[in-house]
Design a protein around this ligand. Structure first.
Ligand SMILES: Nc1ncnc2c1ncn2[C@@H]1O[C@H](COP(=O)(O)OP(=O)(O)OP(=O)(O)O)[C@@H](O)[C@H]1O
Length: 886
């Protein structure tokens, strides 16, 4: 490979300088890829490969025209590649090439969709430090995480597109594995030096100013190192966007509702469990009309708040907008024309904004006064917090910037900045003189045919211009006899002749010179204007965010009106009182039956029972979603809602397809349960759906039982627990804060063995469900009749606490009974059920071999009352493992 010389050799030399996956090297009017890069790019993007020979060998080569590079770059980066771009410049009598930038998922500017594109660095010393930046909008957040779970939760919330693990994270295989499982982000190794504490701190100060770190309370070394490293990476990739990163924000100041990654997925906030956007909460309630508004609303959903004053401010603004229907419609119409100013700030800083971008920015800046006017004219809005939202941006400076752009740029400039036609007359004297002269010549050219016709009495005479001939005079064949001597013939066509005259040649030369000067000058002036706009990055971001906030609030109001939602009342207390609550997504497609829910300190744990498919999950999810929406600042789907703010929402939902995968998902289930038991507090909301279902029934009930006791007695979180284990309803009698509710159905399946259908009422009532209707559903689903019959038998016996014999097992029978007084299962190998424990050791030893004795010993030695549930769970797991292995 190193044999190659010339262009190919240069390509290899440059490629050796970069750690990017692919190199695009400019050669004249093309960007070329060589060797394996050419093959890869051709494969991914369907380009033609040709061969280039160098030093006797031949190398694959593929290329794209210089002006078309951006879409190709974008396509490669979206497939996860990092692409280095080497530009060519005149030098002496040849060309020089150097790598000017590296485009990666986290530094790609040419994005068209509204989603945020976060680049993340992770550093680990005593804690994890995380720095997120979205170079397309200039957003920059820094935070810490105490452990890997918290880290993953935060990452899930920001959904980064590229992650740079610091030196201390790179070798943590476990963590990298979990990262890969949780995000599609590209992992990039960035130079270790960038993460060094001193250098990173210096870099952060340079960007945000001396006291910035202290003022937002970021002290942890890990966080500072992450922040410095991410800035260094953005700088080194050469996209030139640093100027638009203006504000350092600390994230995770205790004002956000904890939503772990599992919960965000379970609640289908931004995509469904199947990974579709459609059907998610965001998609359902999003009526924003701008990309920035949509982005903001999504981030609100992902990061609900706990600050009651802020939430009430949003609720009041939504209430005002919901009532002021006309003004709301006008606002949304006006905002519909808004351009993404946050994105523009980055484009201006990187020098990629063209004149159309700046004109769009100008138009958007001019919307701000209009929006203010609409708000001021509408009493209901003027008196609401919406008015103060609009005060966030500096109106005077916005007006000045707008005036500058107005004075500089023409109404409708072209999409390229090299061909003139960008700058208004009156903006620059030198340009004005050029324009004047340019127009004079054009005027002269305009007059020329008339003059010549008159002078020489020729009727079919025109003046035109094309690429090969330049300007020429064209005369019809029939009149060429009248052409004077000073006409010099340059071309003969079928019906006409083309001529030029010295005067025309001279004017043409001047015209070309002036056009070139004008284009250069306009381009220079435009670049000055763009640089000026870049220095206003923060202002543009402020105005952009203000308009986005109005859009998001107006969007929430629109949904509230359309779906008949109500303003929640927030309290600092513990209670949740929701009347006629609905599921925000399901209600859009189903005739929904509303339900109430009431929880407080003395009724903080609800065991939800009911047949399969009756609506248990929906009931619990709707409760979680109503809480979440209230803490986003939205109205909620209910007749009324009084809500004590929560500090976190935790869910564990057992999906059936997971159950089918067996033990390993049981492990996941237990990890998630363990995480909830560790993280939830008395101010949290916990949703447990069928916990324990991923293992054998006995284990399942025991685990569910123990987890309930722990949640009620130790954690004190408000909890909704749906279960098929009817035995758990007994907890209602044993622990005061535990109450039973059930989803009612009509019809008693047992009374009609011919399979008359159960009617789902979808109504939640106090008290436990009568029994499990699972067998009936099995019947409806077409499970063979003998199986259904046999299940009914088994069920009856279980209900009556009778022993059940195992049929056709060859050998003894096994029986089991759940002892409510101890909360444990007891079993026996023959005869009737015994409540005093003691499955026969023979049977167990036969089944499991030597290890069983030790496990039994450990089991009998453990003090259930003194051992924390989580430890118990891990013991159970360990024992299971040993039994499996024996
Ligand atoms: N209040 C309601 N009004 C109308 N439809 C509802 C209501 N609640 C649930 N449903 C619908 O009933 C079906 C079953 O609901 P869900 O999955 O919540 O039942 P489940 O009791 O949790 O079932 P399983 O025990 O099998 O997991 C869903 O299609 C859901 O959309």
């Amino acid at each position: 490979m190193s044999e190659a010389t010339g262009i190919v050799g240069e390509f290899f030399d440059l490629k050796a300088e970069t750690d990017a996956d692919i190199l695009a090297m400019q050669v004249g009017d093309f960007y070329e890829f060589f060797d394996s890069d050419a093959e890869l790019v051709a494969d991914e993007l369907d380009l033609k490969v040709s061969q280039k020979s160098s030093h006797g060998s031949s190398y694959p080569m593929a290329g794209v025209p210089v002006d078309d590079l951006t879409p190709y770059l974008k396509a490669l980066v979206e497939r996860g590649y990092r692409v280095a771009v080497a530009d060519q410049r005149e030098a002496g009598d040849g060309h020089e090439r150097e790598i000017t930038r590296v485009v990666s998922p986290g530094t790609l500017l040419a994005v068209t969709d509204a989603d945020a594109r976060y680049l993340l660095t992770i550093v680990h010393d005593e804690v994890y430090g995380l720095a997120f930046t979205d170079v397309t909008t200039g957003r920059f957040h820094v935070t810490t995480a105490a452990d890997a779970d918290e880290l993953l939760t935060t990452i899930y919330r920001f959904d980064p597109v590229e992650i740079l693990p610091g030196p201390d994270v790179r070798n943590d295989d476990d963590l990298l594995e979990r990262l890969r499982g949780r995000t599609d982000a590209a992992l990039t190794l960035h130079t270790t030096e960038a993460f060094a504490p001193g250098r990173a701190r210096h870099r952060v100060r340079e960007q945000f100013g001396e006291g910035a770190l202290e003022s937002v309370g970021i002290e942890a070394d890990a966080a500072v190192r992450a922040a410095g490293a991410v800035l260094n990476y953005v700088e080194e990739t050469g996209q030139g966007v640093l100027a638009s990163i203006t504000r350092l924000q600390a994230h995770g100041d205790g004002d956000h509702v904890e939503l772990d990654a599992t919960t965000q997925r379970n609640l289908e906030l931004t995509e469904t469990m199947q990974g579709d956007r459609s059907g998610s909460l965001f998609e359902t309630i999003d009526h924003t009309v701008t990309s920035a508004g949509g982005r903001l609303l999504k981030s609100w959903l992902q990061r609900p708040r706990r600050d009651r004053a802020e939430l009430e401010r949003r609720h009041a603004a939504v209430a005002a907008l919901a009532e002021a229907a006309l003004a709301r419609d006008r606002l949304r119409e006006v905002l519909g024309d808004a351009y993404d100013l946050e994105r523009l700030a980055s484009k201006a800083a990187s020098g990629s904004a063209d004149a159309r971008d700046l004109v769009a920015a100008r138009e958007t800046l001019s919307l701000l006064p209009t929006v203010r006017e609409i708000v001021a004219e509408t009493d209901r809005l003027a008196d609401s917090p919406l008015a103060s939202v609009l005060d966030q941006a500096d109106l005077d400076r916005a007006r000045d910037l707008r005036a500058t752009l107005e004075a500089a740029l023409v109404e409708d400039p072209p999409g390229t900045i090299t061909q003139g036609g960008l700058i208004r007359k009156g903006f620059d004297e030198e340009l004005d003189a050029l324009i004047e002269r340019h127009e004079e010549i054009l005027g002269w050219l305009d007059e020329l045919p008339k003059r010549e016709k008159r002078r020489h009495g020729i009727t079919h005479l025109s003046v035109d211009r094309n690429k090969t001939d330049g300007y020429y005079i064209q005369v019809g064949k029939s009149e060429t006899g009248a052409v004077p001597d000073n006409y010099e013939q340059i071309k003969t066509l079928k019906n006409s002749e083309r001529y030029t005259i010295p005067e025309l040649e001279e004017k043409e030369r001047e015209l070309l010179r002036i056009e070139e000067q004008r284009h250069d000058l306009e381009r220079r002036l435009f670049e000055e204007v763009r640089a000026d706009v870049a220095t206003h990055a923060e202002l543009l971001q402020d105005v952009g965010r203000t308009l986005a906030e109005v859009d998001a609030l107006a969007g929430l109001a629109t949904h509230a009106v359309r779906a008949d939602w109500t303003r929640p009342e927030l309290t600092d207390g513990d209670q949740i009182t929701i009347e006629a609550g609905r599921h925000p997504v399901v209600e859009r497609t189903t005739e929904f039956v509303p339900n109430d829910i009431r929880m407080d300190r003395d009724r903080r744990f609800l065991v939800v029972t009911g047949p399969n498919m009756s609506g248990k999950s929906t009931y619990m999810r709707q409760t979680a979603l109503i809480m979440l929406l209230a803490q986003v600042g939205s109205f909620v789907p209910a007749r009324s809602a009084r809500i004590g703010l929560v500090d976190g929402i935790y869910t564990r939902v057992g999906a059936l397809d997971e159950l089918a995968q067996g033990r390993s998902t049981f492990m996941v289930e237990m990890q998630e349960l363990s995480n909830i038991l560790h993280s939830a507090s008395a101010e949290s909301l916990v949703i447990l759906d069928e916990v324990g279902r991923g293992t054998a029934t006995f284990d399942g009930i025991s685990i569910a039982w123990a987890a309930t006791e722990y949640l009620v007695n130790e954690v004190g979180a408000k909890t909704l627990f749906a279960t098929h284990y009817h035995e758990l309803t007994e907890l209602g009698d044993r622990l005061d804060p535990v109450q039973n509710v059930h989803v009612a159905v009509d019809g008693d399946p047992d009374s009609d063995r011919d399979g008359e259908e159960v009617t789902f009422l979808r109504t939640v009532r106090e008290g436990p469900a009568d029994r499990s209707y699972g067998v009936h559903v099995a019947d409806l689903a077409g499970v063979p009749e003998p199986v259904v019959e046999r299940s009914r038998d088994v069920l009856d016996r279980l209900r009556n606490d009778e022993a059940i014999d195992v049929r056709g097992g060859g050998g003894g029978t096994t029986q089991a009974v759940f002892d409510l007084s101890s909360g444990q299962f007891t079993g026996d190998s023959d005869g009737s059920a015994s409540a005093d424990g003691g499955a026969t050791e023979d049977t167990i030893a036969e089944q499991f071999g030597e290890d069983a004795d030790e496990v039994l010993e450990a089991l009998s030695g453990i003090d259930v009352d003194e051992t924390p549930p989580v430890e118990l769970l891990s013991k159970v797991q360990e024992w299971q493992g040993r039994l499996d292995n024996s």
